[in-house]
Design a protein around this ligand. Structure first.
Ligand code: ZN
Ligand code: ZN
Length: 189
């Protein structure tokens, strides 16, 4: 099952929706996980409109949010949540309060992961993204270790336009987990 769990959605007209559908088919993606950058001032209406756009698509699409850490509460009603950390060492204390989320682009934006995180990742069902826009060879050992200890690794391209969906997927097939594993780990329907 080919999928991309990190596609930034920007819709100004129905034509934009058509474009996402067309490029998803061209990239042969069975499932597209869309996100928008969430902030606490966003109104309920904007969030609902976003959800509606995703649900109106003629492809299998999920509605997710990308949240900058720290945030006060996780808004409910979305299919998945990606957490963007910057300038922080993520450890067991940081992860303790998070459940069923995805850590975005590890080791980017000055973010590090302390080994004390691994145990709590498994306990709290926290997955770690394999992001093709932020990947470098030095990360291969890190992903191999995550696989060894059964942490799910969703693939994400961090596409900011329809054309970029699924970019880099073929190259990284050996690093990330199949969609089925990711979905059951995160409790995605
Ligand atoms: Zn990000
Ligand atoms: Zn992003």
């Amino acid at each position: 099952m080919r999928y991309d769990m990190h596609v930034h959605l920007r819709v100004e007209s129905d034509a934009d929706i058509d474009k996402y559908e067309m490029y998803a088919r061209m990239a042969r993606l069975d499932i597209v996980g869309f996100v928008i950058h969430y902030n606490e001032r966003m109104g309920k209406r904007a969030l609902r409109d976003y959800r509606d756009s995703v649900e109106s698509m003629g492809i299998r699409a999920l509605a997710g949010l990308e949240l900058y850490y720290p945030f006060s509460t996780l808004p409910t009603g979305f299919d998945f949540y990606i957490i963007h950390f910057s300038d922080i060492t993520v450890d067991a204390d940081v992860l303790e309060k998070l459940k069923g989320v995805i850590i975005a682009h590890p080791f980017s934006y000055g973010m590090k992961i302390d080994p004390s995180s691994f145990e709590i990742m498994r306990k709290n069902g926290i997955a770690v993204e394999c992001n093709s826009a932020h990947f470098y060879l030095g990360l291969s050992d890190f992903y191999a270790r995550l696989k060894e200890i059964d942490i799910a690794i969703p693939f994400g391209s961090d596409a900011h336009s329809p054309e970029e969906m699924g970019a880099g997927m073929e190259d990284l097939m050996g690093c990330f987990s199949p969609y089925g594993t990711v979905a059951s780990y995160l409790g995605i329907q």
